[in-house]
Design a protein around this ligand. Structure first.
Ligand SMILES: [Zn+2]
Ligand SMILES: [Zn+2]
Length: 271
């Protein structure tokens, strides 16, 4: 498997850290996980065609993780995608897609439908909402285990994914706090791709701090659970207020340096 981080940032505009998105290449498929700010641009920079994305997975429906999805979906249709896009996501994903493509962009789609080179199938989508506690999805030569994790909100459902192929495993998490389902899912992972949003001092001070994982806690549990490589992402940087290095130091104090990777946009690694 090959993992590519498309964006290492989060909500704010940051030209060095684009929005949450990543790709896992496995047995000839390119699986997209989240589709935040600029994901389509980063996909292209990373050497993918937008047509390569036929299966998209959404961790949760916060806009920083989904705002590029309508662009990706519609542009790949215009570029020639001739099969429906499969969208696997949390509760609310069907309404999210219907709201975009049956309401917000309905008239846009109607005007383009007459274009002879745009196929009817390309602007269709098949949604799989994950409602059971745990679900397994299979593809050629791979299995994806999906569980619900806690983004500390009773409103938003939120997923984490474990992709397994050829005896190797990659766990992709969106935004989360520490919870049993995640600990179990990530145990022994060859690569855990996890948020590192703020240093602990800010998480403790702000009332939204409970929505994210304390970097020290992440480092500790990842080490205890035998994670081999830990890749950090979702940096909510603000120059002079939130800097990268203090968070990394906190993770490193618990996890150690071996296997710790500070995510960078367009970084790619073989797993
Ligand atoms: Zn986020
Ligand atoms: Zn979020």
């Amino acid at each position: 498997m090959r993992f590519t981080l498309l964006g290492s940032g989060a909500v704010r505009v940051d030209m060095d850290h684009w929005g949450p998105a990543q790709v896992v290449e496995v047995n000839g498929e390119a699986l997209l996980f989240d589709c935040g700010r600029g994901a389509s641009m980063r996909l292209t920079q990373a050497g993918f065609s937008l047509l390569d994305i036929k299966r998209a997975f959404l961790t949760h429906l916060h806009y920083d993780h989904t705002c590029d999805f309508p662009y990706l979906f519609l542009t790949s249709w215009v570029m020639g995608r001739d099969v429906p896009m499969e969208v696997v996501g949390p509760r609310g994903t069907q309404a999210f897609c219907d709201g975009l493509f049956k309401e917000a962009y309905r008239e846009d789609i109607l005007t383009r439908r007459g274009h002879s080179s745009y196929t009817p199938q390309g602007c269709e989508y098949d949604v799989c909402e994950v409602t059971d506690d745990e679900v397994c999805i299979e593809g050629p030569g791979y299995v994806i285990r999906i569980v619900h994790v806690q983004h500390k909100s009773h409103i938003l459902d939120n997923l984490a994914f474990r992709i397994e192929a050829n005896g190797r495993s990659i766990v992709v998490v969106g935004d989360t706090t520490v919870c049993d389902a995640l600990l179990e899912l990530a145990t022994g992972a060859d690569l855990l791709v996890h948020e590192c949003s703020f240093p602990s001092a800010i998480l403790e001070r702000e009332n939204w701090g409970a929505f994210h994982t304390d970097p020290r806690e992440l480092g500790r549990w990842a080490r205890e659970r035998g994670v081999k490589k830990l890749l950090l992402k979702h940096f909510c940087l603000r120059p002079g207020v939130v800097e990268l290095e203090p968070m990394v130091v906190e993770v490193r104090e618990e996890f150690g340096s071996a296997g710790l990777i500070v995510g960078e946009d367009l970084m790619s690694l073989e797993v």
